[in-house]
Design a protein around this ligand. Structure first.
Ligand code: AMP
Length: 213
């Protein structure tokens, strides 16, 4: 079963995607993580991607579609959770042409809460684990629980880039809800301002208890 997670920056999508992957056995696919990995490669393409992401802009569709097509083909026998893709109706139409989506989970938070949370978001440059200094702090301040690395803030997690990403989210990504409703795909709206565990309880209520992968 393929699931799409929709929500603004800071809504906890990545954390919930990990929870779903662990509980239901789906494979977590984050386009943001894929692009950050490519950006670190130091190639010309990587530098171009890093520049786009630092400004909070969207990566061009052709590049996104190619990465997604490759991943979907590689994991065609597994249930996938798409995190950060699709971000536009055009991307959703492309995804519809290569695979079937059974459910959409929409995690809602206000813009002000998103800005507040992102200012407190730190991640591990080595393993990618994400922390929030208030709601999900590491055991030792500034240090990754998994590997002891010094935590850093993402370059695109500054207020200007966050506001730009939120604007793009409202204009380009929110219309996806209507797109999937029109197709008859179940869309589950979850209150993302609750504590992380409660958000996952609501996700489970929405998706059901059975294994979906
Ligand atoms: P995220 O980790 O989902 O916040 O993504 C980080 C950055 O990667 C975004 O700000 C975009 O620059 C890029 N990106 C990730 N997914 C997409 C997508 N589906 N379409 C275009 N750009 C994307």
């Amino acid at each position: 079963m393929n699931i799409i997670l929709i929500g603004p920056q800071g809504s906890g999508k990545g954390t919930q995607a990990e929870n779903i992957a662990e509980h239901y056995g789906n494979k977590h696919f984050s386009t943001g993580d894929a692009f950050r990995h490519m950006a670190r490669s130091g190639t010309e393409l990587g530098k171009k991607l890093a520049n786009i992401m630092e400004k909070g802009e969207l990566v061009p569709d052709e590049m996104v579609d190619e990465v997604v097509a490759h991943y979907v083909q590689e994991h065609k026998h597994e249930g996938l959770i798409f995190d950060g893709f699709p971000r536009t109706v055009k991307q959703a139409q492309y995804l519809d042409s290569i695979t079937h989506i059974e459910a959409v989970v929409d995690i809602n938070i206000s813009d002000e809460e998103a800005v507040r949370r992102i200012a407190k978001r730190f991640s591990c440059p080595k393993c990618g684990e994400s922390y929030n200094t208030k709601s999900n702090p590491p055991k030792e301040t500034g240090i990754c629980d998994n590997d002891g690395e010094q935590l850093t803030q993402r370059k695109d997690d500054n207020e200007e880039a966050v506001r730009k990403r939120l604007k793009a989210y409202h204009e380009k990504t929110e219309p996806l809800i209507q797109h999937y409703k029109e197709k008859g795909t179940p869309v589950h709206v979850i209150d993302g301002e609750q504590p992380i565990d409660n958000v996952f309880i609501d996700v489970q209520k929405a998706l059901g208890e059975k294994k979906v992968a």
